[in-house]
Design a protein around this ligand. Structure first.
Ligand SMILES: Nc1ncnc2c1ncn2[C@@H]1O[C@H](COP(=O)(O)OP(=O)(O)O)[C@@H](O)[C@H]1O
Ligand SMILES: O=C(OP(=O)(O)O)[C@H](O)COP(=O)(O)O
Length: 397
């Protein structure tokens, strides 16, 4: 796929450039805990600002479902972007309408403005034509630098590309090039590790993924849905019981494709979701009805390590447990360090991605030793499946 990049923009000085970035960063108590995604888009912001463009950032945060949700405001993210970029970043309380137009009108050449969460409007996820037009009113040019949101055909990730001259940002370009280089022709066996919490939005893509990889290790919240589908009593664990049929369909597809699915054999359970909560490791037949599985257990960790030892290529999205809260970070940290060590020894090509997965690798001190770390989780997995990502396709020249 060929597309124009920001080097192709003619006379950018003074132009209003709407830049779609992914600022969906991990946050705790209003503080950003991992700024990888901000650092990833900084080159695009700096370059456009340096060329004298008026840089207007569009982004989503969380899943507010079209409502204005105070703790999903991007307001606290503006100073974090300013700190990384090294230039002031103004903020507007809406991404369309008077608030946005007034803030855009105040911009001088090279200035940077962040608009409020696009998902505060229902029409963003519906890619509504009127909403796309309302966004486009504030721009002369559109740049998409959000590879990690490119699997969404939303107004700010896809629709705008059809209304304004569209270009790929530096991070979008770099991600596609790096993933192609690392995984274009992966050395087998290929091991995929999938965990995390976004079960309903990621489970469907596992059906195709099992046709592409040799082995699929499932952990984290994702594993609970599979275990429940196999009849395990998962207590109060994060689990989408209504996706049991989907899980069974994926297990059948994997068997047909010759892809082995490896599920946890034990779990660390607790009754509270907080640091230092009383916890114990139990077998799958002993999960208390009032407890949650918050990490995979010691025996499962050993299995994951052994599977990593047997792989030539590792692709990983989604932590194996609730790694933000100790001690439920053990499996994720152990697997990350093990994969990093194998990579350092030249025995493994390792690619990991996802907002929280990157934060987990940083927490484990392992990110630097992975072959490649992508900002993208779901988008990376869809790219791996061979799917055309709507946000990338719309940039096609
Ligand atoms: N067993 C579990 N129970 C509850 N939450 C979990 C569990 N395992 C992982 N998680 C949560 O999954 C989240 C990350 O999932 P996800 O958003 O899918 O990953 P990514 O952002 O890397 O794509 C983390 O916040 C982590 O706490
Ligand atoms: O965090 C993101 O994806 P990820 O959890 O797959 O890494 C992106 O910002 C997309 O968010 P979404 O899955 O709510 O569309």
């Amino acid at each position: 796929m060929s597309f124009k990049t920001i080097d192709d923009i003619k006379d950018p000085a003074g132009k209003r450039v709407l830049v779609r970035v992914d600022l969906n960063v991990p946050m705790k108590d209003g503080k950003i805990t991992d700024d990888t995604r901000i650092r990833a888009v900084a080159p695009t912001i700096r370059d456009l600002s340096g060329l004298g463009a008026k840089v207007i950032l569009l982004a989503h945060f969380g899943r507010p479902n079209g409502e204005v949700v105070a703790d999903m405001s991007l307001a606290p993210v503006a100073p974090a972007v300013a700190a990384v970029v090294g230039r002031p970043v103004a903020f507007a309380s809406d991404c369309i309408g008077a608030a946005a137009a007034d803030a855009v009108a105040k911009l001088g050449n090279g200035d940077i403005l962040l608009l409020e969460n696009t998902r505060f409007h229902k029409a963003e996820e519906k890619n509504g034509a009127d909403f796309v037009k309302a966004l486009a009113e504030n721009g002369d040019i559109y740049v998409n630098d959000a590879f990690s949101a490119a699997h969404r055909a939303h107004a700010s990730t896809e629709g705008l590309a059809h209304h304004l001259p569209a270009y790929a940002g530096r991070s979008m370009q770099a991600e596609l090039t790096a993933l192609g280089a690392a995984l274009g022709q992966p050395k087998r066996p290929v091991l995929a590790v999938v965990g995390g919490a976004k079960v309903s939005s990621k489970i469907d893509l596992l059906e195709n993924l099992v046709g592409k990889v040799d082995l699929l290790v499932i952990g984290g919240g994702m594993a609970n849905t599979f275990l429940a589908a196999k009849g395990v009593n998962v207590g109060k664990s994060l689990c989408e019981h209504d996706l049991a049929d989907t899980a069974r369909k994926i297990m059948a597809a994997a068997e047909k494709a010759g892809c082995e699915i490896v599920l946890p054999v034990d779990a660390v359970v607790a009754r509270e979701f907080k640091a230092g909560a009383a916890n114990e490791t139990v077998g799958l037949d002993a999960i208390p009805a009032d407890a949650m599985m918050l990490d995979v257990g010691a025996a499962s960790i050993e299995t994951v390590k052994t599977r990593i030892d047997g792989a030539a290529t590792l692709v990983w999205n989604g932590p194996l447990g609730a790694f933000e809260i100790e001690p439920f970070d053990r499996a994720t940290v152990a697997a990350a360090r093990h994969a990093a060590a194998r990579t350092k020894d030249g025995k493994l090509l390792s690619v990991a991605g996802g907002g929280d997965t990157v934060a987990a690798l940083n927490h484990a001190g392992a990110a630097g030793d992975f072959s490649y770390v992508s900002t993208a989780g779901g988008a990376f997995l869809e790219w791996l499946e061979g799917k055309e990502l709507p946000g990338v396709k719309a940039l096609g020249a």
